[in-house]
Design a protein around this ligand. Structure first.
Ligand code: B12
Ligand code: SF4
Length: 463
């Protein structure tokens, strides 16, 4: 979605844009760079998360080797969280910090017109022999207003340019959503304060419902059938979600699209669930995180959250004919083995419900304090991470990788055993891809990422 938004902003600015999706096509670094350079571009932009940062660095170095005159821009969550270190460590000219819809066209214009980029918002650069940075966007509630800039109005941001992608090739086979799928973002930010999460205490900004509906009509007209709404918490504004659900039905979108959403259990009731289901929602992802009350309190899930409350709300979700994906985290700060076992036991209770209509999924992940999440700073204080560390070790899905930043009271090898044990005893009934993989990042559905079931996956895709 990030790249689709950047592409749309560049198209609006009158630029020519080509997108290479290295993940979709399992491209090697060489193949990625070859495709990215195929039309001899002025600028190559690369977007990435922390675990694939090293791949982005390899791509940048290879682009510079083959085409020294091409300007390289890094953007996305990792570069935004650690811009100085990223600029220092990588062969790049520009880094966009936070949302890039204004910054990227500004950079391209500066490059083409050979102008100083000092007026481009929220960037760092190494340009014409000097390094610099401009005022960054204010994306968190705690950021100082005097030294930051208001982020763009989401209604002025163009609709993502899906047409730049092979957009009918994306789907969710593991969950049985085999028809074309896309992502979408109806709002940005989350008011939650969960200590392990990078979205904690970000400023929430909304798109008008007219703007959202316009995009959904476009998506349906493209032949896409399923939309993964990537909002951090779909249900954060009750009145809006009831309104949106009603309009999706009134405008006939619910007959053409199904939706996958992430929600919070303290924000749902039967009226909200009925509205979600009627509007086409067929997958809901509540965050459970822990089954131990002391941990639930410590991670800031909200004063009202408890085991009993979550049990009642999950039972409510299980009454509908949709996927319920419960996610759990092992390895919270100072967490003990008994507390992790409480989580596994709670997951078993939630999963074993013979009367449920829903298809049930479980995701047990091991905590990684990603840069910019509140726990990154805790890990830094404990001296177990630095901005300049090798982030390859953040690939915790590999069975034999040492977890790079274990904040819990349990040795890493033991947490990995508990994670396997959780999948063994609780299971993951509605998730169907094999668990073996040689891929190193993924969606958090199994300890060994399923994406490398390439034969099955690719033949399903071709079919
Ligand atoms: C949906 C999602 C997923 C989906 C992706 C599905 C898909 N097919 O796209 C799945 C489940 C697969 C997934 C997996 C992972 N995810 Co995820 N995911 C998200 C989520 C919720 C939405 C992403 C999104 O589309 N956002 C909307 C777009 C508009 O925002 P954006 O991507 O940030 O893009 C903007 C800017 O970053 C920038 N930008 C982005 N790319 C580029 C490129 C250039 C050139 C430029 C100039 C600018 C730019 O401009 C964009 C427009 O404003 C985010 C949280 C969030 N709210 O963003 C987490 C998030 C991206 N995920 C995160 C993580 C950690 C992961 C995993 C590592 C989890 C794991 N251990 O497996 C993997 C990594 C996968 C990978 N290969 O990189 C973290 C990343 C933190 C970090 N420091 O890297 C996030 C931020 C969540 C969080 N708050 O902690 N994820
Ligand atoms: S875990 Fe969910 S509710 Fe908590 S801050 Fe992150 S996105 Fe918000």
């Amino acid at each position: 979605m990030g790249i689709a938004y950047i592409g749309a902003a560049l198209l609006r600015a009158g630029e020519d844009v080509i997108v290479t999706d290295a993940s979709l096509n399992d491209l090697s670094i060489d193949e990625t760079v070859e495709q990215a350079l195929r039309n001899d571009p002025h600028v190559v932009g690369v977007g990435f998360t922390t675990p694939i940062y090293h791949r982005a660095q390899e791509i940048a170095a290879e682009v510079k080797k083959r085409s020294p005159g091409t300007v390289v821009v890094f953007g996305g969550p990792h570069a935004s969280a650690l811009p100085e270190a990223t600029l220092r460590q990588s062969k790049v000219d520009f880094i966009t910090i936070g949302e890039g819809e204004e910054s990227m066209p500004g950079i391209v214009r500066a490059v083409r017109e050979k102008k100083d980029p000092c007026n481009v918002p929220s960037i760092m650069y190494r340009w014409n022999g000097h390094e610099g940075g401009t005022t960054v966007y204010r994306l968190r509630v705690i950021q100082d207003r005097a030294t930051t800039k208001k982020a763009p109005d989401l209604n002025d941001v163009p609709i993502p340019a899906r047409e730049l992608f092979d957009y009918l090739q994306y789907s969710d086979h593991a969950r049985g959503f085999v028809e074309p799928q896309t992502g979408a973002m109806f709002s940005r930010g989350c008011p939650g304060k969960c200590k392990f999460c990078g979205a904690a205490e970000t400023t929430v900004r909304w798109r008008n419902l007219d703007n959202v509906l316009q995009e959904m009509h476009q998506v349906a007209d493209m032949g896409i059938k399923n939309v993964f709404v990537m909002d951090d918490t779909y249900t954060v504004n009750r009145a809006r979600i009831l309104d949106l659900s009603r309009r999706l039905q009134e405008e006939g979108i619910s007959d053409r699209l199904t939706f996958q959403v992430q929600l919070r259990l303290d924000q749902i009731d039967p009226e909200v669930c009925d509205a979600l289901y009627a509007s086409g929602v067929r997958y809901v992802g509540p965050g459970i995180e822990s089954g131990n009350q002391a941990i639930i309190d410590a991670i800031g899930k909200g004063p009202k959250e408890s085991r009993q409350h979550m049990l009642e709300k999950v039972r409510m979700l299980q009454q509908y004919d949709w996927h319920v994906r419960c996610s759990y985290v092992l390895g919270m700060t100072d967490e003990t083995e008994q507390q992790m076992r409480d989580t596994i036991e709670f997951a078993k209770i939630l999963t074993d419900n013979p009367g449920m209509r829903a298809k049930h999924e479980n995701a047990f992940t091991i905590l990684v304090p990603y840069p910019d999440s509140p726990l990154w700073h805790v890990a830094k204080e404990r001296g177990i991470v630095t901005d300049d560390m090798d982030f390859k070790s953040f690939l915790y899905y590999e069975p034999f990788t040492k977890l790079s930043a274990n904040l819990s009271a349990v040795p890493t090898a033991r947490i990995q055993e508990l994670q396997l044990y959780a999948y063994e005893v609780v299971g993951n009934p509605a998730y169907s891809l094999d668990k073996t993989s040689d891929m190193s990042t993924g969606s958090g559905d199994a300890p060994f990422v399923p994406a490398a079931m390439r034969e099955e996956y690719n033949s399903a895709r071709q079919a």
